[in-house]
Every structure is written in C-alpha cells, then in structure tokens.
Design a protein around this ligand. Sequence first.
Ligand code: GUN
Length: 296
Amino acid sequence: MTARIIDGKSVARKLRGEYQGRVRRLVASHGLQPGLAVILVGSNPASRLYVSNKVRACEEVGIRSERIELPGDVAESTLLAEIDRLNADPTVHGVLVQLPLPPHIAMPRVLERISADKDVDGFHLYNVGGLLTGSTVFPPCTPYGVQKLLEHERVEIAGRNVVVVGASNIVGKPTAMMLMQKDATVCICHKLTRDLAIFTLLADILVVAAGVPNLIVPQMVKTGAVVIDVGINRLPDGRIVGDVDFEGVKEKASLISPVPGGVGPMTVTMLLYNTLRSAERSVGVHHGDDAALDGA
Ligand code: GUN
C-alpha cells in the first residue's frame, strides 16, 4: 500500500482564504479589525523566526499584529505589566508570549496572566481545563491543526484507536484530549514507554510528536494506518525531518503527513483562526464551527 500524502500547505492556504473573508466581513459589519499581540523575550533565533512567521501570516489575512520585543534579562514584573496592558487594550484580541522563556521567568505565572478571553495559544489553565470537558474556547494551535487536517481528509475518528507518541503540554496531551473528545480510544506514549511498537501497532491513527528523527519505522505501523508527523528536527546536514521514517512508512500507511509541508503550516493557520474567533466573540458573532461547538 502506498499512502496518500497530506498537503498541509494547500489545506492551510484554503483555510487562510476563508479566514481572510471572515476578517473582511467583520470589518464591514462591525468596523472591527482583529488584532494579535506577540511578545518575544530575548533573541532565540528559532523563536524570532516563529514570531516573524506569525506576524507575516496575520498581514496575509488582514489581522493587525503588534510585535513586542523585550530583552532576555527583562524583569518578570515588566513582562507581566506588558501583558496587563494588552489585556486591557480593546484593539487586541489575542495575546501570545513566545516560548521558551528565559529561566528567571516563571512560565506558569506568565501564562495565567494572559486573559483567558485573549488566550489564543490555549495555554491558560482555564482553556487547558476546558480541553478535558470539550468546552475550551481556544484549542492549542498545533493539536487544532492536526484535528483540522484529519477533518479535511475525512478521517473517521469516533471509535478508532489513536496513539499519540509524545506527552508535551503543547502537543501530545492536548491532541489526546481533543481526539478523545471526538470519541476515539486514545493512548499516550512518551519517552519512558517500554515496547513502543506494541502500542503504535494498534493505532488506526498515529500522531507522533516526540522530537526524535526516525523514531517511527514501518515495522511499528499497522497497514493502512493514518500517520500524522508533528516532529520538526534539524539534522546535522541542515535538512528538516519529522519523527517518522517518511519514505518507509508511506509504503505502509494509507494517509501520511510529510515534514515539512504537513502539520507545520496548520499551526500558524489555527493561531489566525483563534485570533479571528476571539475578535468575533468580543462582538457576539458566532459560527457553527466554533471550537467549543465542534467539540474540540
Ligand atoms: N513555542 C513553541 N511552540 C509554541 C506555541 O505554539 N506557542 C508559543 N507561544 N510558543 C511556542
């Protein structure tokens, strides 16, 4: 069997087109332009690149963006005061602090300071708690992107075995919660899981977010499985690869996401969507595909 390859770029492009239309309608009907504030602390080159991508994507769909750069040795109180200012600003609908933060800053205090109503990353405990009950307002962007890709490819989730490899707060755990909410039977594996293959072989849908190149080889995949690779690893030769042996596994799976060009383009797309929805919520506009309604 040779898998169909998911074109994340094309799905992201299509969704961004839809969101652009919704932004225009919001401006026309309510005179409201969605706004996203992104705070970058320090000069981590990867974080800098991610922030630039987010700002550029906002421009593409008509979301106003504000980039706030603070020095790596900034006092935590200064960062918290900046968040307070953005929480109070009615032109800002999403507030995002790029992670990781320098070690002298307590990440939980920072994430809890962002208003739950502007928490477009979905990292505030209120929204994390909502993942457990299917009522979160802002699903975290990467898991939300995985869910949207599966929906777009019309992958049935209810009753299927989902195995998530990786138990991070940003990807593994929320992905598991969101797919459980869609009535999958979910198993989470992580770096101390023994006999990983025993679990992965059970997966109808295998989501891999472990940060280990070539972790998943064909012998670990059930014939016909759907394989979603969330890994982004830079090899010593500069190539970017996921966590899945793509060339091998694509001969066994029925559907597979590549790296790059799979989940990656969806993450920023869902950030745009959360920001758009936050702006719409602020004026009481609701759509049938809002996160809490579609059971994310
Ligand atoms: N660092 C790595 N991924 C993310 C993300 O999704 N959001 C934020 N704020 N920081 C990150």
